[in-house]
Design a protein around this ligand. Structure first.
Ligand code: BES
Ligand code: ZN
Length: 870
C-alpha cells in the first residue's frame, strides 16, 4: 500500500478538554427546498480551562449569532469560528477562557437535506395520491452525524440526546427517532414533535426519519413495542420481519442475560438507502429489499437474507450500541460479532434453514478468498481520516471477523462463551472497548489463553495452511507431522510473513472414530509431531466441519486414503476437502486437473452446502476460462456433472414438504445450468417467460432471476419485454432482479442501452451499481462497463461521494478482468486518477487479476489436454 500512502489525508482525534454530556437538538427541515435549520443546546463538561472548543462539522454553516457558552446566568460569547474542511473540524474561539465546570453550548446552524444517501438526506417515494414526494432520512455511520449537527463525532464520545422536530402545522408526516415520542403538538403555528431522552450513546447511532409510512405493530415477549414501517399500502410486507424482530429481541435478551433498554424498536424500509441496513438504536433503517416480503415476489433466499439482516442489526443493539468500539480500528468487533450472532440467532429461530451449513459458502470462504491476497489487511487495522473508514467495512471485518469468532466459540463451548459475553456486555455497558476487552472477559470465563490465541488471528493478515504428512505408521498407531506456514497465492512470503505463526485450535476425526475427535489440541508452533491411535489403513481428516480458518494440505498418501470415502463424510467435511484443494490450486501447489478430477467425484452429490461450493468454484473457473479454448469443454463438463444426478433429482418444481435446503438447491442448480448455457434449460426458461408475460402462469420467485438472465442472454434485437416487466412492477426486489439481468445481453448495442438505462431516472442511484456490475460480469460487456466508469467518473463521485457504494462500484468494474494488460492499465489509470477511500479496493482488484492470469497460464495446456481426453 506504499504507493497510496501519500494520498492519506491528515487526521487527528478531538481534544478531550471539553466533552458533551447531553445534546438537545432541534431540527427544522424543509423537504421542498431541501434545507434544514438546527439549534443545539449541548451540555458540556469543561475538563480543562480553555478558550476554544473543537468539534466536527461537515457541509453545515454554524451561525455566529447568539453563539454562547453559559455557566448558569454567566454567558461567554463567541469570537470566531475557524473551519478546517480537510479535517472536518470547526474550532470555536470564545471571548474569554472557559473555566472548568459544567456549561451549555448554544449554537444554531443551517444545512442541506442532500441526495448523497448519507448524513441527513432525502429519499423519493410515491405518495398515496400517486405524486412523487420526498422523505427525510439519516445515515450517520461512520462519520456523517457531523453533517446534520456539529458534534463530537467519535464513537467513544458518548452523550444522551433529546431530539425535537419542527414541522409545518399541517404536516401529516410521521416523525421517528431513536426514542418514543414524548409530545406531538402545535405551538405557534408549528407542529413540534419531541422525543424522549436517549441513553448515553455514540453519535453514529443517532437517527431520524420524517415522511409518510404505514406500519404493523406487535410486542415482543419481553415487552418491547415493535413496529415495521413500510411504504403506504404495503404494511403486510413488513409482517415477516416484524415476527423475526420480536423473536430475535427475546433471543438476545435470553442469550446475553441483558434486557434491551429501550421501550420500542422500529424497523423502517427506506426507498433510497446506501447499505443494506443500519442499526441506529431503536430505529433500524433498511433498504426495501432487506426488509419487505411479498409472498408472490420474494424468493426463499431473499426471505432468508431478511431474517439474517434483521438478526444482524438487532445483535448490534447490544454489541455496538450498548457496548461500542473505542475507535474504528475495532470496527470488526461490531461487524464480525454481529455477523456471527446473526447465524447463532437464525439457527435458533429457523432450525430448518441449517444456517451453519450455509455459513461456509456465504461467509467463511468469502473471508479466505480476500484474506489470501497480499493486499488484504489484519482484522485490527489502524484508521484515521473518515475517508479511510468506509473501506474497512469489508469481508475482513465482517466475514473473517465472524469466522474467527466461530472458531473461538467452538473452542470454548456455548456455555463458556455465553458467560464471557455476559461479563463483557455487563462490564462495559454504555462504554467503549478495545478488542482486548472482549478477550479478557472470555479469558476470565474460560480460563483459557484467549488473548494469546486470538491476537494471532486479529493482528496478523492472512491465515495458515497446515501441511500434514505421515512419518510412520504401525498396525495400531501413526506418527504424523504438522507444519504451519502463511497461505500465499504467489508463494512469495516476506521475511516477516515467513515468521508468522498462528495459535490454531486443531481438530481431526478418523474413519473409525465415529465423529469423535482424534486430535483436539492447540497448534501454536511451526512444527508438531503427534502420535494418533489409529491404524495405518484408516483415513484422518483435519479441521472437522471446517471450524478453523485455515487450509490443510495432506500428503498424497493421506489424501488418497480419504478421497475414495469422501461421500461418507459429513457435508462440511466434504466441502472443506474440496475448497482446500481449490485454494491449493489457486496458490499453484496443485494442478487444476486434480481439482476437476475431484469435482467429478461429486457426481452423486445432493447436498446444498456442497453444491453451493461446487457452484462457486465452477463460477470462478468459468470466469477464468472465458474467451479461451477451454471454456466450452469446461461448460460441457459442468453440465454433464449436474445433469447426471442432481438436476434430475431436484427438478423444476418444488416437492411437497421437501427439506428447506432442497428449495435453495433448485435455485442454485438452475442458475448454474443457465450460466453454462444448457440448451434444454434455456429453452424452458424462454417458454416460462412467455407464459409469465402472457399472464398464463407466473414464474416462481425462486427461479425468476435465472429465467430473466436466460431471456436477456438470448435477447437479440430488443429487451423491451424485460423493460416492460420492470416498469409494471412496484416491488423493489423484482425490479432489481430484472435490472440486474439486463447486463447479460450479448448485442453490444443492447449493452450500451443497459448502461444508459442504469443512469436514467428509472433506476435509483442505490441500484445503479448492480446494473453496471452485471454488465462487467458479462465478458462482452466488461470493457464497456470500464469505459462507462471512466467516462462518468466525476458524475459517480458527485452521486456517491467517497464511501461504501463508490468502493463497490470501483470493485465491480475492475475485479473481473483476467489479463495482465488490464492489470497494468488499471494500475496506471488509478495512479493518475486516485479515488480517495478506494485505494485498497483497487490494489485488491489488480492483484486478483494478476492471480487469475497466472492461474490460467499455469494450467491452460494441461486442462486442454485433460478435456480432450474426456
Ligand atoms: N453498521 C452496518 C451498516 C453500515 C455499513 C454503515 C457500512 C456504514 C457503512 C450494518 O450493521 C451492516 O452491517 N449492514 C450490512 C448488512 C449485514 C447483514 C451484513 C449491510 O448493509 O450490508
Ligand atoms: Zn453490522
Amino acid at each position: 500500500m506504499c504507493s497510496t500512502e501519500p494520498n492519506k489525508k491528515p487526521f487527528e482525534r478531538l481534544p478531550n478538554s471539553v466533552v458533551p454530556i447531553n445534546y438537545d437538538i432541534t431540527i427544522k427541515p424543509d423537504l421542498v427546498k431541501f434545507v434544514f435549520s438546527g439549534h443545539e443546546k449541548i451540555t458540556i463538561q469543561v475538563k480543562e480551562a480553555t478558550q476554544t472548543i473543537k468539534l466536527n462539522y461537515r457541509e453545515i454553516v454554524i451561525s455566529l449569532q447568539d453563539l454562547v457558552v453559559s455557566y448558569g446566568s454567566k454567558k461567554i460569547g463567541i469570537d470566531k469560528v475557524d473551519y478546517d474542511v480537510e479535517k472536518e473540524t470547526a474550532t470555536l474561539s470564545f471571548k474569554e477562557c472557559l473555566p472548568v465546570g459544567e456549561a451549555v453550548l448554544d449554537l444554531k446552524f443551517d444545512g442541506i437535506v442532500n441526495d448523497r444517501l448519507k448524513g441527513f438526506y432525502r429519499s423519493k417515494y410515491t405518495g398515496p395520491d400517486g405524486k412523487l414526494r420526498n422523505c427525510g432520512v439519516t445515515q450517520f455511520e461512520a462519520t456523517e452525524a457531523r453533517s446534520a449537527f456539529p458534534c463530537w463525532d467519535e464513537p467513544a464520545i458518548k452523550a444522551s440526546f433529546d431530539i425535537t422536530f419542527v414541522l409545518p402545522a399541517d404536516s401529516k408526516d410521521i416523525g421517528l427517532s431513536n426514542m418514543s415520542v414524548l409530545s406531538d403538538s402545535i405551538v405557534d403555528s408549528n407542529r413540534i414533535i419531541k422525543f424522549n431522552r436517549s441513553p448515553i450513546m455514540s453519535t453514529y447511532l443517532v437517527a431520524f426519519v420524517i415522511g409518510e409510512f404505514d406500519y404493523l405493530e406487535t410486542k415482543s415477549e419481553c415487552g418491547v413495542k415493535i413496529r415495521v414501517y413500510t411504504p403506504i399500502g404495503k404494511s403486510e410486507q413488513g409482517r415477516f420481519a416484524m415476527e423475526v424482530a420480536a423473536k430475535a429481541l427475546d433471543y438476545y435478551k435470553e442469550y446475553f442475560q441483558i434486557a434491551y433498554p429501550l421501550d420500542k424498536m422500529d424497523l423502517i424500509a427506506v426507498p433510497d438507502f446506501e447499505c443494506g441496513a443500519m442499526e441506529n438504536w431503536g430505529l433500524v433503517t433498511y433498504r426495501e429489499t432487506c426488509l419487505l416480503v411479498d409472498p408472490k415476489n420474494t424468493s426463499t433466499a431473499r426471505k432468508q437474507y431478511i431474517a439474517i439482516i434483521v438478526a444482524h442489526e438487532l445483535a448490534h443493539q447490544w454489541f455496538g450500541n450498548l457496548v461500542t468500539m473505542e475507535w474504528w480500528t475495532h470496527l470488526w468487533l461490531n461487524e464480525g460479532f454481529a455477523t456471527f450472532m446473526e447465524y447463532l440467532c437464525v439457527d435458533k429461530l429457523f432450525p430448518n434453514f441449517e444456517i451453519w451449513n450455509q455459513f461456509i459458502s456465504d461467509v467463511y470462504l468469502e473471508a479466505m478468498e480476500l484474506d489470501g491476497l497480499d493486499n488484504s489487511h489484519p482484522i485490527e487495522i489502524a484508521v484515521g481520516h473518515p475517508s479511510e473508514v468506509d473501506e474497512i467495512f469489508d469481508d475482513i471485518s465482517y466475514a473473517k471477523g465472524a469466522s474467527v469468532i466461530r472458531m473461538l466459540y467452538n473452542y470454548l463451548g456455548d456455555d463458556t462463551f455465553r458467560k464471557g459475553m455476559n461479563m463483557y456486555l455487563t462490564r462495559h455497558s454504555y462504554k467503549n472497548t478495545l478488542t482486548e476487552d472482549l478477550w479478557s472477559s472470555l479469558e476470565e470465563a474460560s480460563s483459557k489463553p484467549v488473548q494469546a490465541i486470538m491476537s494471532t488471528w486479529t493482528k496478523q493478515k492472512g491465515f495458515p495452511v497446515i501441511s500434514v504428512s505421515t512419518i510412520s505408521s504401525s498396525e495400531s498407531s501413526r506418527l504424523i507431522k504438522l507444519t504451519q506456514e502463511k497461505y500465499s497465492l504467489t508463494g512469495k512470503l516476506t521475511n516477516e510473513e515467513k515468521n508468522s505463526l498462528w495459535s490454531i485450535p486443531l481438530t481431526a476425526v478418523s474413519k473409525m472414530s465415529n465423529g469423535k475427535l482424534v486430535i483436539d489440541t492447540l497448534f501454536d508452533t511451526r512444527e508438531k509431531e503427534l502420535t494418533l491411535n489409529i491404524k495405518s489403513n484408516e483415513w484422518v481428516k483435519l479441521n472437522t466441519s471446517a471450524i478453523g480458518t485455515y487450509r490443510v494440505r495432506y500428503d498424497s498418501e493421506m489424501l488418497n486414503q480419504i478421497l475414495p470415502e469422501i461421500s461418507s463424510l459429513p457435508p462440511l467435511d466434504r466441502v472443506a476437502l474440496l475448497s482446500d484443494l481449490y485454494a491449493l490450486v489457486q496458490a499453484g501447489k496443485q494442478s487444476a486437473v486434480d481439482l476437476i478430477k475431484l469435482m467429478a467425484v461429486f457426481k452423486g452429490e445432493r447436498h446444498y452446502s456442497v453444491w453451493s461450493v461446487l457452484s462457486l468454484i465452477m463460477g470462478k473457473l468459468n470466469h477464468l476460462f472465458s474467451g479461451t479454448e477451454i471454456q466450452e469443454p469446461f461448460k460441457r463438463f459442468g453440465r454433464s456433472l449436474i445433469n447426471a444426478e442432481v438436476f434430475p433429482f431436484i427438478g423444476w418444481t418444488p416437492k411437497p414438504d421437501e427439506p428447506y435446503l432442497n428449495t435453495l438447491l433448485r435455485t442454485l442448480i438452475i442458475h448454474r445450468l443457465v450460466v453454462f448455457d444448457d440448451p434444454d434449460v434455456i429453452q424452458n426458461c424462454l417458454k416460462m417467460f412467455q407464459d409469465h408475460v402472457d399472464g398464463k402462469e407466473a414464474i416462481p420467485a425462486d427461479i425468476r432471476s435465472s429465467t430473466y438472465r436466460a431471456v436477456a442472454s438470448r435477447a437479440d434485437q430488443s429487451m423491451d419485454s424485460l423493460l416492460k416487466l420492470y416498469r409494471q412492477s412496484d416491488f423493489t426486489e423484482e425490479k432489481n432482479r430484472i435490472a440486474d439481468s439486463l447486463g447479460y445481453v450479448k448485442n453490444p448495442e443492447l449493452i450500451k442501452q443497459t448502461l444508459q438505462f442504469s443512469m436514467s431516472d428509472e433506476v435509483r442511484s442505490q441500484d445503479l451499481i448492480f446494473v453496471v456490475r452485471s454488465v462487467a460480469l458479462n465478458p462482452i460487456g466488461r470493457e464497456m462497463a470500464w469505459q462507462f466508469f471512466k467516462d462518468n467518473r466525476e458524475k459517480f463521485i458527485s452521486i456517491y461521494g467517497h464511501g461504501a457504494l463508490m468502493c463497490r462500484l470501483v470493485k465491480s468494474v475492475t475485479e473481473n478482468f483476467i489479463s495482465l494488460e488490464h492489470a497494468n492499465e488499471l494500475e496506471k489509470y488509478f495512479l493518475e486518477n486516485n479515488i480517495l477511500g478506494a485505494e485498497r479496493t483497487v490494489q485488491q482488484s489488480i492483484e486478483t487479476i494478476r492471480q487469475n492470469a497466472a492461474f490460467l497460464e499455469r494450467n491452460r495446456v494441461q486442462l486442454k489436454a485433460y478435456f480432450d481426453s474426456l
